[in-house]
Design a protein around this ligand. Structure first.
Ligand code: SAM
Length: 464
C-alpha cells in the first residue's frame, strides 16, 4: 500500500493452519516444500513510480511492469517527502501483472470508461490510471468506509485527472447495465499469497473463509458482468491459490459466454500459466517469482465492442478551473463545500454515475469554499494538472519538507497569500502567508506522526 506500509515480518510454519499445506500439496505435490520455504523468507520490497511526477529510482526493474522497481532493502518510506507527494506507490511486485492483463485487453489506446470495483487502498487504481489513455475515465470504487479514506488519500496524492472515487456495494451496479468497457475486480480473498507479509492473513485463514470469499467473489463478478458493455473485459485477480476463488470463478464467467484472453508472459519471469477448468490464467508463487502469491485472468464479454461516445451533457464551469492546465475542456462539479474538475466530455457519464453510485470525489479536487470564497483544495497541490504559474512557489529542502509534513509552520520574511510548497520540484501542499511565517495547510490526517526512522532513509533522498 502507498502510505503507512512499514510492517515487516515473516511467519514461522507453526503459525499457518496445517490444512492449508495439505490442500496445496494435493495440487502442487512435492513442490509445496519449496513454497513453504519461500513463505518463511523476507518479502522483496518493490515500488511503482508515478512517471507523471518522477522518473523513478535507479534500481532493478520488475520485468512485467514499466515503472516497477525492486529496492535492495526496505527503507523508512514515511520519511521520504516524495512518497507523500505521490511520486511512487509501495506495491508488491506480482500484483503489477495488472499491466500485462490490461495491455492484453486491447484497450491501451482507446478512450474508455473503466471501473476498479474493489479499489482500496489503491494499488491497482493508481496503476490502472497510469496505464489508461489520458482521456479515459476511471471510477475507483470501495465498499468499506474506513478504506475509502485511504483510497482517496492515495488517489489524490497520485494526482491524475479523470478519476472518480465512489463508495458503493457491487449490487448498486445493477443500475448501470452495460456501462463500463473494463472492470477490474481485485477481489477480497482468503489471502494465502500474503501469508509471509501479513500476520493477519495467516491468523484469519481457515477452510470456511475460503468458501465465504468464493461466495463474495461470485456476487461481485455477477454484478460486474451485468455492468460490462458487449466486448468489454473483466480483469479478475486475487492473492490466493484456491481454485474455488480463482479458476472456478473464471469458468463461471465462461459459462456466461465469456472468453479468456491469454495474457502474454516471458518464461524468465517465473509466472505460471494455469489451464485448470478450461481457463487461461496466470499464477504467481513466491518460490518461482520475486513477489507474493497472486492470480490474474482477463475475460471478454461476447458482442462487438464500440467506442464510447463523448457526451458533454449539462455541466458547469467555475473560475477555479483556471488553476488547471487547459489541456481538457474542464467541467466543474460542486459537492458540499468542495469543487472538483473533470473532462467535460465525460459529463454525461458522470451524471449517470452520480445518480446511481455514492460519489465521494468526482474528479480533480479543485477548491474548498471558505468564508464565501473558493480557495485551492488541499489536494490540488498534488494534482498533475495544476498550473503552478498561478502561485508563488516555496521550494523546501529535505528537513523543511519533513517539518512541513509534520504540520509545522515555516519561518519566513514577508510571507503573503497562498503559496505552493514544493520538494525536488514536485508540488507537495499549500502554505498560507502570515508575515514572518508560512502557516501550514497540510491536512492533519496526513501528517507524519513518528519521530525517528526505524530503517535506513530511501537512497534517493540522501543528498537532499
Ligand atoms: N485493489 C486493491 C489494491 O490493489 O490496492 C486491493 C483490494 S482488496 C484485495 C479487496 C477490497 O475489496 C478491500 O478493500 C475490501 O474492503 C473490498 N471488499 C470487501 N468486501 C467486499 C464486497 N462484498 N464486495 C466488494 N468489495 C469488497
Amino acid at each position: 500500500m502507498g502510505r503507512n506500509a512499514q510492517r515487516r515480518s515473516s511467519p514461522t510454519s507453526a503459525e499457518i493452519d496445517p490444512s492449508f499445506f495439505d490442500r496445496l500439496r494435493a495440487r502442487l505435490g512435492a513442490e509445496v516444500d519449496g513454497l513453504a520455504d519461500a513463505l518463511l523468507a523476507i518479502s522483496p520490497t518493490s515500488i511503482r513510480g508515478n512517471e507523471a511526477k518522477w522518473p523513478g529510482p535507479e534500481a532493478a526493474r520488475v520485468p512485467w511492469c514499466t515503472n516497477g522497481a525492486y529496492l535492495p532493502e526496505r527503507p523508512a518510506f514515511t520519511f521520504d517527502p516524495l512518497l507523500h507527494a505521490g511520486c511512487y506507490y509501495v506495491q508488491e511486485a506480482s500484483s503489477m501483472l495488472l499491466e500485462q492483463a490490461f495491455r492484453a485487453s486491447g484497450f491501451a489506446h482507446e478512450r474508455i470508461l473503466a471501473l476498479d470495483l474493489c479499489a482500496a487502498p489503491g494499488g491497482k487504481s493508481t496503476h490502472l490510471r497510469s496505464l489508461l489513455h489520458a482521456d479515459s475515465l476511471l471510477v475507483s470504487n470501495e465498499i468499506d468506509r474506513k478504506r475509502q479514506v485511504i483510497l482517496q488519500e492515495n488517489l489524490w496524492k497520485w494526482g491524475a485527472a479523470n478519476v472518480v472515487i465512489t463508495g458503493s456495494a457491487p449490487t448498486q451496479l445493477q443500475r448501470l447495465p452495460e456501462f463500463f468497457d473494463l472492470i477490474v475486480v481485485d477481489a477480497p480473498c482468503s489471502g494465502e499469497g500474503m501469508f509471509r507479509k501479513d500476520p493477519f492473513a495467516r491468523a484469519q485463514w481457515n477452510e470456511r473463509l475460503v468458501d465465504q470469499c468464493a461466495a463474495m467473489q461470485r456476487n461481485a463478478l455477477l454484478h460486474a458482468w451485468e455492468s460490462l458493455r458487449p466486448g468489454g473485459v473483466i480483469v479478475y485477480s486475487t492473492c490466493t491459490w484456491e481454485i474455488s476463488e480463482n479458476e472456478a470463478q473464471m469458468a463461471w464467467l465462461m459459462e456466461q459466454g465469456g472468453t479468456c484472453i491469454s495474457i502474454p508472459i516471458d518464461a524468465s519471469w517465473g509466472v505460471v500459466r494455469s489451464e485448470r477448468l478450461g481457463v487461461d490464467a496466470l499464477r504467481c508463487y513466491p518460490h518461482h517469482v520475486k513477489g507474493e502469491g497472486f492470480f490474474i485472468a482477463a475475460v471478454r464479454k461476447p458482442g462487438e465492442w464500440t467506442a464510447q461516445y463523448s457526451n458533454a451533457g449539462a455541466h458547469s464551469y467555475y473560475a477555479p478551473a483556471k488553476w488547471l492546465h487547459p489541456r481538457s475542456s474542464w467541467a466543474t462539479v460542486e459537492v458540499g463545500e468542495e469543487l472538483f474538475a473533470t473532462d467535460a466530455t465525460w459529463s454525461g457519464a458522470l451524471n449517470d454515475i452520480q445518480r446511481t453510485l455514492n460519489v465521494i470525489s468526482p474528479g480533480v479536487p479543485l477548491a474548498e469554499r471558505k468564508a464565501g470564497e473558493w480557495r485551492p483544495h488541499h489536494a490540488l497541490a498534488l494534482a498533475s494538472d495544476l498550473d503552478p504559474s498561478h502561485f508563488t512557489r516555496v521550494p523546501l529542502n529535505m528537513d523543511e519538507a519533513l517539518s512541513y509534513l509534520r504540520g509545522n509552520a515555516l519561518t519566513a520574511s514577508n510571507a503573503q497569500g497562498i503559496a505552493l510548497a514544493t520538494h525536488r520540484n514536485v508540488g507537495l501542499g499549500w502554505l498560507q502567508g502570515a508575515g514572518n511565517r508560512w502557516n501550514n495547510r497540510w491536512p492533519a490526517g496526513w501528517r507524519i506522526r513518528s519521530q525517528h526512522p526505524n530503517a535506513p532513509h530511501v537512497s534517493w533522498s540522501q543528498a537532499h
